[in-house]
Ligand binder design. Structure first.
Ligand code: ZN
Length: 188
């Protein structure tokens, strides 16, 4: 399965592509399944929770999101999965409703590895999208990591970068050489 090069915010040529608004995906689309596979593989190898098509140089309205499972650890060292992993292939996604309430959280991006900053996002969003089958689906009131990942990826599809959402740019820091990189922050 071929993985793709991830474009970077700090590369001028890449940034032009990242800043380009995507075109809607039309159905039927024979190349779509393979593209989604490649995007999932590229995201997993980079340990990301999301990847949008512009990040691999394509101005198509498609993104993938991976939310890891929640695991409970017991005293005897065994673990139980309390919430299963969630994998989404989002074609033509749109935010159709968003909370007025805002949450500020540490956020990163696979197009700027190691860097994290405080990004304000709606506390929850409802998102409509099409699946690989072309059918319409809805994710209702997604909050937490999923809500943040959806907003981050849909921003990518509109040519908006997380660095543009940061109000206090002094919070944008390179954590790659610090232990804090192992906090709960996640790259999209
Ligand atoms: Zn990103």
């Amino acid at each position: 399965m071929p993985t793709r090069r991830v474009l970077r915010i700090d590369n001028d040529e890449d940034k032009v592509v990242l800043k380009t608004r995507t075109r809607p995906v039309k159905f039927p689309n024979p190349g779509l399944k393979q593209l989604a596979k490649d995007m999932l593989e590229t995201m997993h190898i980079a340990n990301g929770v999301g990847l949008a098509a512009p990040q691999i140089g394509l101005s198509h309205r498609i993104a993938v999101v991976y939310i890891p499972p929640e695991v409970e650890e017991h005293e005897d060292g065994t673990t139980t999965e309390t919430v299963p992993e969630q994998i989404y292939v989002l074609i033509n996604p749109e935010v159709v409703k968003a909370s007025d309430e805002e949450e500020v959280g540490l956020e990163g991006c696979l197009s700027l590895p190691g860097w994290y900053g405080d990004v304000p996002r709606a506390a929850w969003v409802t998102v409509d999208y099409q699946g690989l089958d072309g059918k319409r689906y809805r994710i209702r009131k997604a909050d937490g990591l999923l809500g943040r990942a959806l907003q981050h990826e849909i921003d990518h599809l509109d040519g908006i970068l997380f660095t543009e959402r940061i109000r206090d740019l002094s919070t944008l820091k390179d954590y790659s050489k610090e232990k804090e990189a192992e906090t709960e922050s996640a790259e999209h």
